[in-house]
Design a protein around this ligand. Sequence first.
Ligand code: C2E
Ligand code: MG
Ligand code: MG
Ligand code: MG
Length: 283
Amino acid sequence: AAKEEGRNTYRLFALDMNEKVSKFVWLDTNLRKAISEGQFELHYQPKKNLKTGKTESVEALIRWNSPERGLISPLEFIPYAEESGLIVPLGKWVMEEAARQAGKWKQQGLKIRIAINLSARQLRSPELINEFKKALLRENIFPSMLDLELTESCLIEDELLALNLIKEFSDLGAEVHLDDFGTGYSSLSHLARLPIDSIKLDRSFIHSIHNDIRAQRLLRSMVAVAQELELQVVAEGVETQDQLEFLRGIGVDHAQGYLFAKPMRVAELEVWMTHSSTLKSVA
Ligand code: C2E
Ligand code: MG
Ligand code: MG
Ligand code: MG
């Protein structure tokens, strides 16, 4: 699994029982402190618009830069942060940091949106929308400069709450994307009811394209449903040219994956953007 998670993944512990316990204890001792000390960084992974060839947005993906253990993957600590509730202050930091970066890029004349991931637990925080608005005001950016990625689990826990929040974000002008689509307790009715802008096809489907005709058919059907509902379709985890050709062929609008770029620090991303020469400048 570590291989599948890619180059940016650093395993904290193997998964036998004792190590699970010591991982829990280590996280329990260190995560809160890490939040107050600001030991996190956002890496950004481009999403390519397949129709225009341009990079219009990047996804912010958190990493923990631990003085003790180095760079730690979100897969290692987000589940614990969700369980413990620490995802609320951590998610607030992510939102503020992404807004800061969006403000910087706006000042530099770069036209690029940032997508942030939200956990179900964050939706239950009554402060979420206000913190979002405050972050925008502070950085002098528009709601349309930040996209929100929600997973289906966000919708299951409290559907009405999720519906209202998605409406609020959407009324403000922020795009809402349904992440890891097809893996959760997908209910197609969500798609018709929620004012979302796009679905992100989970990378497990993309991974199977080359040898699994059923995955291909499923993808084709999901795209057809999305198109009927006038939703954009994003494919995540695109690693090969063959996958890209297939996805393009079935009408996928945007793609993200190691084929284009891995998640990068800001400096590296800025170099990448200059070289990829796919970026529109507002100026
Ligand atoms: P996600 O939102 O579905 O993000 C996509 C994950 O796929 C990222 O892993 C990304 O690095 C990885 N990926 C991108 N392209 C490829 C590819 O071509 N091949 C493969 N094998 N993997 C690819 P990452 O950065 O480890 O993040 C894992 C998950 O952690 C995210 O899944 C998201 O659910 C969660 N996460 C990350 N940052 C945040 C955050 O700020 N807040 C919250 N609540 N969750 C976050
Ligand atoms: Mg995501
Ligand atoms: Mg995803
Ligand atoms: Mg995913």
